[in-house]
Design a protein around this ligand. Structure first.
Ligand code: S3P
Length: 184
């Protein structure tokens, strides 16, 4: 369930949550931020605020590349702060530049969930343009195939959430962050 990936190196005092769409980064992040007394920020929400447009509209009007550029800009701004829980969009790890920023920005926890469970969580939600395909489960599997190595590569800790309740996941993330960030 818990797997240490890479716990070396100097980091800023932030906790960053990465992982595929539907792995609970936002819900977990909000709760953990409260427990740690950190500010909660979410890269997707910051992009929506900045552009005044929902994510599907940004993809539709400007394309994925434009979204990725905004994502990098917003991530850089977040990474400059401290004492934050930063929840990220599922595709943030696809850019090498972002992976470098993530590693420097703080303690990175990867919420790992199996494709079938992700599918159950996201199937009724129309807010994810990349999953508006004929066969969303296959799309999830294909995207995971290309992204998994990147999540692994820039995370300090992976937590497989498949059989965990929200409370258990939050507890694991909070306590590992407290230890790693020297808050105990
Ligand atoms: C994306 C994930 C989304 C959002 C955008 C693209 C992706 O965020 O950034 O739709 O490429 O996986 P969530 O992971 O919060 O759904």
């Amino acid at each position: 369930m818990l797997r240490a990936v890479n716990t070396t190196g100097k980091r800023a005092r932030n906790l960053i949550l990465i992982g595929f769409m539907g792995t609970g980064k936002t819900s977990v992040g909000m709760r953990v931020a409260k427990s740690l007394g950190f500010r909660f920020v979410d890269t997707d929400k910051l992009i929506v605020k900045k552009t005044g447009k929902p994510i599907p509209k940004i993809f539709e009007e400007s394309g994925e590349e434009a979204f990725r550029r905004m994502e990098t800009e917003v991530l850089r701004q977040c990474a400059a702060g401290e004492n934050q829980v930063i929840s990220t969009g599922g595709g943030i790890v696809t850019r090498e530049e972002n992976r470098d920023i993530l590693r420097e920005a703080g303690y990175v926890v990867w919420l790992r969930t199996s494709p079938e469970i992700i599918y159950e969580r996201v199937r009724r939600n129309r807010n994810r343009p990349l999953l508006r395909t004929q066969d969303p489960l296959k799309t999830i599997r294909d995207l995971l195939d290309t992204r998994t190595a990147h999540y692994e590569d820039c995370s300090d800790l992976a937590i497989t959430t498949d059989h965990l309740t929200m409370e258990e996941t939050c507890y694991g993330v909070t306590e590992s962050a407290r230890l790693t960030l020297g808050m105990v």
